[in-house]
Design a protein around this ligand. Structure first.
Ligand code: ADP
Ligand code: PEP
Ligand code: CA
Ligand code: MN
Length: 654
């Protein structure tokens, strides 16, 4: 007998065989196993998570930390975090406890060893009575849960990435960067015209620091990341990032080098600390403040304060600025470049401003990725500063950039992208939030990443320019003086947002292809680069990843597969042996042939229908180069003036 939807009994003509539910003398078979070892729902949930095994054996004799008990180690760690968060006017640090304030302590005895400390139940505003909960080096899974529970705009995409919104700011705010000027930095750093270092005094820094610390301590909880910078073990820097968003914590988890549990136990005091209070504005009545955003660097205190911007790239690039100070002090050159290595150990550097192709071209299926953005070149070779990559996602396609596409999975932070509300499939073509959509993923998400991220001395130094004027050749071989000229110039021309219709390309010159991040005068870095290239016999190349056949509007962007073929020919060494001829005005050596690239595009003049317009545009760009370089003509580069003169002569002639 079966019942239909209306509860009326029907008798089918040929009834189905009866389902056998009884076995062994009428006892119903129970396939659910033993009942759960829990008396209550809470207890059941407490069984779901097991405690991570302690990474330092408490009984074994192993290194210096064997003498410290687990409790003592945790106490020291909390004390260090409390010291980081201390208000410097009130003297002592806040009371810090580990764990999520929302995570209730289970009353059942077998979970008592979880070390959860009861959250205060009354809400107190008096900062000396209040606890600050610290979420210390959480895992990506834990950070996902925090983000999804507490941060509006956090979603899991169809491939498992964490989609987030960075807030009102979707890019960096270089005009809001401030650097403390003191007796030391006054002489050491680059100040004034063209410099990214806008001064602030020590006192104002402390005012902003206090504002950030008070804001962070007023919260229920803060995230603390203890991580490393630089894969060169001798020059590794310990960084601590205190932030208020799981998004920021996961971003830095991905972008900095992740310590092993053992390294974390031995972490001690950080060499540098970021206080990211980005949700909270700076006070515009404060001296030196020109907006509600301020990114403040104090080299003497080894601290950075972020107020009024939640764009995570500020932390990444802020630390890069710090490395641009610390490393040259050790005679190590810091580079805004991507870096990869061939099967035979040939290393290439890719310099270029934002959006010119460092990440795209260093991520190459046929080569080992050392890093996509920030490196050091020391006497031992190259090392990546970071532990992750930060790729532009606008118009990302699986076909053209498969490795980046596949890296966008669980653990990856996807900033400001638009996705289908049901399927959560990302539309990489959608610029509704911003054109600067980004993915931040650990470098090991790229299958052929070279771990540890270090390599021998570079063989090729590739300068990338996205020339929206369309007059620079797709590739040219550079002399050392030309390499220096173009390195110091740091040219690119991108086209601003297209919403308002077609816009004229605007030239950007950014010394060392990263003026926003350098701390010393550009010629200091240039001299080091020249010295290293000469010593190790590296060849310089200028690659235009921008327009061909006309400027933006009439021409087209050079096809990525062609640029990849050009880069292949540089790596293989075959381009070194090509036939070259010199261009007028810029005096660049351009090859006549490259395998896989139509020869007619190698000289830009061939691709322009209007030759007169080509010449005019060429001269216009050359004039912009000349004007930009005027600031550098009075600087000496290297030990004598010979290189300086050669560099000046290596610019456009007309
Ligand atoms: N010929 C080309 N060479 C390099 N990148 C190109 C080219 N054509 C289009 N692109 C696109 O330009 C962007 C380069 O960005 P990216 O590599 O992230 O720059 P960077 O790392 O230097 O900031 C990518 O979105 C890439 O797909
Ligand atoms: C994050 C940045 O790096 P890039 O665009 O060079 O990848 C940036 O410049 O803000
Ligand atoms: Ca950049
Ligand atoms: Mn990049």
């Amino acid at each position: 007998m079966a019942a239909n939807g209306n509860g009326v009994s029907t008798t089918p003509k040929s009834p189905l065989a009866r389902i056998q539910t009884q076995k062994n003398g009428g006892i119903c078979h129970d396939d659910s196993g033993k009942p759960v070892k829990a008396q209550t729902i809470d207890e059941l949930h407490s069984l779901q998570k097991k405690r991570s095994a302690p990474t330092t054996p408490l009984d074994g004799v192993q290194g210096t930390f064997a003498t410290i008990s687990e409790d003592e180690r945790q106490r020291q760690q909390l004390q260090s975090i409390s010291a980081s968060l201390a208000s410097l006017t009130r003297g002592t640090g806040p009371k810090v406890v580990r764990g999520d304030p929302a995570g209730k302590v289970q009353s059942v005895s077998h979970v008592a060893h979880h070390h959860h400390i009861e959250a205060p139940t009354i809400s107190v505003s008096d900062s000396s009575l209040k606890f600050t909960h610290v979420l210390y080096n959480l895992s990506p899974a834990e950070l996902y849960e925090q983000a999804i529970k507490y941060e509006k705009g956090s979603f899991i995409t169809s491939t498992g990435a964490l989609a987030t919104l960075s807030g009102a700011k979707t890019g960096r705010s270089p005009r809001d960067k401030r650097v403390v000027i003191d007796d030391t930095t006054q002489d050491e750093l680059w100040w004034g015209k063209g410099s990214p270092n806008i001064e602030m005094d020590e006192h104002t820094f402390m005012v902003n620091r206090e504002r950030a610390v008070d804001y962070l301590n007023s919260l229920d909880k803060v995230f603390v990341n203890d991580q490393f910078l630089n894969w060169d073990p001798q020059n590794r820097i310990k960084v601590r990032i205190v932030s208020a968003r799981a998004y920021h914590s996961l971003f830095m988890h991905n972008m900095c080098i992740r310590p092993t549990p053992e390294e974390l136990e031995n972490f001690g005091t950080p060499d540098f600390t970021i206080y990211n209070a980005g949700q909270f504005p700076c006070n515009r009545y404060t001296h030196y403040m020109t907006s509600s955003t301020s990114i403040d660097l104090n080299l003497a205190r080894r601290e950075m304060v972020i107020l009024g911007t939640q764009y995570a790239g500020e932390m990444k690039k802020g630390l890069f600025s710090v490395m641009h100070y610390l490393m040259p002090m050790r005679q190590i050159l810091s580079l805004h470049s991507g870096c990869n290595m061939g099967k035979d150990g040939d290393v290439a550097l890719f310099f270029g401003l934002s959006g010119t192709g460092k990440t795209t071209l260093s991520t190459d299926h046929n080569r080992y990725l050392i890093g996509d953005d920030e490196h050091c070149w020391s006497d031992n070779g190259v090392s990546n500063i970071e532990g992750g990559c930060y790729a532009k996602c606008i118009d990302l396609s699986r076909e053209k950039e498969p490795d980046i596409w596949n890296a966008i999975k669980f653990g990856t932070v996807l900033e400001n992208v638009v996705f289908d509300e049901h399927t959560r499939e990302v539309d990489y073509g959608d610029k509704s939030v911003t054109e600067n959509t980004r993915a931040a993923y650990p470098i090991e998400y790229i299958p052929n990443a070279k771990i540890p991220c270090v390599g021998p001395h570079p063989k090729n130094v590739i300068l990338l320019a996205c020339d929206a004027f369309g007059v620079l050749p797709p590739v040219s071989k550079l002399s050392l003086a030309q390499t220096m000229y173009h390195f110091i110039s740091g040219y690119t021309a991108l086209v601003a947002g297209t919403e308002d219709g077609i816009k004229e390309p605007t030239a950007t010159f950014s010394a060392c292809f990263g003026a926003a991040f350098i701390m010393l005068h550009p010629t200091k870095y240039a001299a080091m680069l020249a010295e290293k290239m000469l010593k190790h016999g590296a060849t310089g190349w200028l690659v235009n990843t921008g327009w061909s056949g006309g400027s933006y509007g009439s021409g087209n962007r050079i096809k990525l597969p062609y640029t990849r073929k050009i880069i292949d020919a540089i790596h293989s060494g075959s381009l070194l042996n090509a036939t070259y001829h010199k261009t007028e005005v810029f005096g660049l050596d351009i090859p006549t042939e490259i395998e896989g690239v139509p020869s007619e595009i190698l000289h830009p003049e061939n691709t322009w229908a209007d030759k007169k317009a080509y010449k005019e545009t060429l001269l216009k760009l050359a004039g912009l180069f000349k004007k930009n370089f005027e600031t550098f003509t009075n600087y000496k580069i290297g030990k004598d003036n010979k290189l300086t003169e050669e560099i000046l002569a290596a610019g456009p002639n007309f």
